[in-house]
Design a protein around this ligand. Structure first.
Ligand code: HEC
Ligand code: HEC
Length: 333
């Protein structure tokens, strides 16, 4: 059965998540959803208010530490070296250079919205149970550690740098009174900061809130496909456009992803669903940057991905008519 869906119109659905990006779609509207269904679905994408900040001093301290290069072995890499504020705290490089001067094995992930992710595992493969554990691993043995050289720096030395800085000592005393400054206190602050990284407001949010003029007609058609026939919502549903779960979407990757920590057959080649908030800012796409543009990402979904035992049952080919294939060539981001 060939569903009349063009990559171009599904790609327009992704444009709705970010300011200034919209498909310039003409062509037929192929919508299985009634206006009533669509109105109901739209409400499922209504964003909640920002999470309340419990300890502002702790968050301020965490922000300072996030930008602190002395947290790395060499003293030259900060968390912010691979998580840029203007890119949803992500990157536009398929790989980043770690503190050892080596390239990371995967693309850095955006951090927006993580405060709303509950107890979802952290990382493309979910190998860290919490944001605190992730930050600790990054400093002790990960991309901040120079572990790929023969001169890694003990975490005690890194902690001592922070502890002996009077400005930090004062901030810790205010944020965590009576607590000793150690690696756990440091990552507590960083994680508290990360949980405040709310996605910026998008025209899409204004549309969901009732402003019909907030997004163009093409983006509305894209949303109808996204939340309907194209089945994107099955994994990218909800206001953050992610279920925070792991799926094999059938790319040609040789990275086992979640399969490295979970032997479950369905978890082989599975990666955590990325948020699509501000996604247009962050090419190239996927854990390995294998899709240079949003259109390439959509084209992957048209195929349904490689058929293998681990591929998610939610992946189905989306067929194109010849007319739509021709029209998709003129798609512009
Ligand atoms: C050299 C680049 C680099 C540096 C420095 C770096 N990161 Fe990352 N970050 C990455 C990469 C690459 C990933 C994906 C890791 C994976 O899953 O294989 C990632 C993933 C993450 C995630 C997971 C997000 C999610 O949705 O699961 C968090 C949180 C994070 N980093 C926070 C930090 C913090 C905090 C620091 C500083 C202590 C830091 N990063 C330093 C590159 C970096
Ligand atoms: C079975 C779950 C599932 C479905 C269905 C699904 N996705 Fe995804 N999506 C994922 C996962 C998992 C990744 C990350 C895969 C990787 O990194 O290799 C991803 C990645 C993406 C990316 C790249 C984002 C980035 O930051 O790199 C885009 C864009 C995207 N999906 C859009 C869509 C669209 C559009 C649809 C519908 C046509 C769709 N997805 C359907 C799970 C899904």
């Amino acid at each position: 059965m060939a569903l009349p869906i063009s990559g171009r119109r599904v790609a327009a659905a992704l444009g709705f998540a970010v300011a200034g990006v919209a498909g310039t779609t003409a062509g037929v509207a192929a919508q299985a959803l009634s206006p009533e269904d669509l109105a109901t679905l739209r409400q499922e994408y209504r964003r909640p208010p920002p999470r309340p900040v419990g300890n502002a001093a702790l968050v301020g301290l965490g922000r300072a530490l996030f930008f602190e290069p002395r947290l790395s072995a060499s003293g030259t890499t900060a968390c912010a070296s691979c998580h840029f504020p203007a890119l949803g705290w992500g990157v536009t490089d398929a790989k980043s250079r770690n503190d050892s001067g080596k390239l990371t094995s995967r693309k850095s992930q955006p951090l927006i919205g993580l405060g709303h992710a509950g107890d979802a595992p952290v990382g493309w493969d979910g190998r860290s149970p919490t944001l605190e554990a992730q930050a600790k691993a990054s400093i002790e043995t990960g991309s901040m550690s120079m572990r790929d050289t023969d001169a890694p720096v003990k975490v005690e030395i890194i902690v001592a740098r922070i502890r002996s800085d009077p400005a930090y000592a004062a901030q810790f005393a205010a944020a965590l009174p009576g607590l000793r400054v150690d690696i756990d206190a440091i990552v507590t602050a960083i994680a508290a900061f990360e949980r405040t990284l709310e996605p910026g407001p998008a025209p899409f949010d204004a549309w969901v809130a009732g402003d019909e003029a907030a997004i163009p007609a093409a983006a509305k058609r894209g949303f109808a496909l996204f939340a309907g026939q194209a089945n994107c919502f099955a994994c990218h549903g909800g206001w953050r456009f992610t279920d925070d779960r792991f799926h094999d979407i059938g790319t040609t990757t040789t990275d086992r992803g979640r399969g490295r920590v979970d032997k479950d057959a369905l978890m082989q080649f599975a990666f955590k669903t990325p948020t699509l908030r501000s996604v247009a800012l962050r090419p190239p796409y996927m854990h390995n940057g294998s899709a240079p543009t949003l259109l390439d990402a959509v084209k992957h979904y048209e195929t349904g991905g490689l058929d293998r035992p681990s591929r998610s049952p939610l992946m189905q080919p989306i067929a194109l008519s010849e007319t739509e294939r021709i029209s998709s060539r003129s798609w512009r981001r």
